[in-house]
Write a protein that binds this ligand. Sequence first.
Ligand SMILES: [Fe+2]
Length: 199
Amino acid sequence: MEFELKKLPYAYDALEPYYDKETLEIHHGKHHAGYVKGLNNATKKLAEARETGDFSLIKHWERESAFHGAGHFFHEMFWESMQPGKEDNKASGDLLEAIEKWFGSWDKFVAQFKAATAAVEGSGWGVLAKCPQGSLHIFAVENHQKSFPPGLRPILLCDVWEHAYYKKWGPDRVSWIESFWKIINWDKVAKRYEKVKTA
Ligand SMILES: [Fe+2]
């Protein structure tokens, strides 16, 4: 099975001025494409190892598979987590109620999500996810696959790898997160929440 790089659900310039065309083009066309390529390669190498019975590089290819696989999966969710922006962007309905229940208020949730995402050590993601027990939590995930407890169902992701923002914002990760907040597709996040709510 070959994994593929899907087209974005909007044009490269659709998220301007909050997310610039050039960064988005490179992010999707080079970086996400690299994860797809890496995942396909690791998948092929693992199949070869099963065929030949030579598992001497198993640690390496399992790590490659986890890294590129998680990168591919997160980026697919990330692209669909965004839409053309607006200043007063906010969740609504059941999702807003759940956020208020688990975080105390909308403002407290926003403050925690932004702080956790800004504080990710090195490359990583800010993630809002539903836990197997039913509650919503925010996680600072390193790379794509570390500090990510099993069983989580992510519903919102903010990419804070340097490739996501450095071209426009340089080391100012906080400004990227502020900008990202304006382009979150809350309808999509709400649909994901509905899907995992009772799972
Ligand atoms: Fe990325």
